[in-house]
Ligand binder design. Structure first.
Ligand code: NAD
Length: 260
């Protein structure tokens, strides 16, 4: 079998997904990027990764909250690369609010993007992986797929759901060369976390500096943020032959947070 595969990385125009896309391309895999943002900036990022790694890199702007657009993403990736071997479900959003004030439209969107999108994308790609006897599902869940924090009801629900999906697909793929694992990062200083600092300050009635010191990094015994590239490296490792027996796991990369 070839060492180089074809991957979709959802939500890869920013933060963790961008680092995963780069790491997979550096390992030689073709990558279909996805996500929102300024079209010129996305094209510049796509071209940079392609030029620097030599791996083919595409982009499709599917809104992962829409199953019809997820189907388009799958069709476009098959048309461009011929098959889909690696699916990295990474697109995600966050809202921080007490449940009694939690906006219902944000609840629905968080469940759609952070959880249901992974189910739809796996549903559309799993048969091909099984038929070719090789596949990797990598779900970027969260430490919040394993433990909870207050004011993140929808996010914690969705991430626990993704861990459940991961275990189920590990069992369905086990005899077909298809592994499924969840990566569970602690805090990574990406736009998603930067945006929740003022929301958390408001929900807890404390300053933004106190949120970073006493809420975010207080959870992580290392007292420092996880780096996006560290998550990219773990995702790339999960696609190597050395990781073929790692399946059904929820792998923390959280500076010791979930060891508490
Ligand atoms: P980010 O905001 O930097 O990136 C999110 C990505 O998702 C962007 O590319 C954005 O365009 C894309 N996206 C958002 N809505 C989308 C939609 N409807 N359709 C398609 N793409 C969409 O955030 P990040 O911190 O890199 O988060 C990536 C993943 O990692 C998320 O699932 C998040 O829950 C998870 N995570 C993040 C942290 C953290 O501390 N940053 C910790 C644990 C888990």
């Amino acid at each position: 079998m070839p060492d180089f595969r074809t991957a979709i990385v959802t939500g890869s125009t920013s933060g963790i997904g961008l680092a995963v896309a780069r790491a997979l391309a550096e390992a030689g895999h073709a990558v279909m990027m996805n996500g929102f943002g300024d079209p010129d900036a996305i094209e510049a990022e796509r071209a940079t990764i392609e030029n620097e790694t030599g791996a083919p890199v595409g982009f499709h702007g599917a809104d992962m909250s829409d199953p019809g657009q997820i189907a388009d993403l799958v069709a476009a990736t098959n048309a461009q690369f011929g098959q889909i071997d690696i699916v990295v479900n990474n697109a995600g959003i966050q809202t921080v609010a007490p449940i009694e004030d939690f906006p219902v439209d944000r609840y629905n969107l968080i469940l759609a993007i952070n959880m249901s999108a992974a189910w739809h994308l796996c549903r559309a790609t799993f048969a091909g992986m099984k038929a070719r006897k090789w596949g990797r599902v990598i779900n970027v869940a969260s430490a919040h797929g394993l433990v909870a924090s207050p004011y993140k009801s929808a996010y914690v629900m969705a991430k626990h759901g993704v861990v459940g999906l991961t275990k189920t697909l590990a069992l369905e793929g086990a005899e077909h060369g298809v592994t499924a694992n969840a990566i569970c990062p602690g805090y990574v200083l990406t736009p998603l976390v930067e945006a929740q600092i003022p929301e958390t300050a408001a929900a807890r009635g404390i300053t933004e500096e106190a949120v970073i010191r006493d809420v975010l990094l207080a959870s992580q015994p290392t007292r420092s943020f996880v780096q996006p590239g560290q998550i990219g490296a773990l995702a790339a490792f999960l696609c190597t032959p050395a990781a073929a027996q790692i399946t059904g796991t929820a792998l923390p990369i959280d500076g010791g947070w979930t060891a508490h």
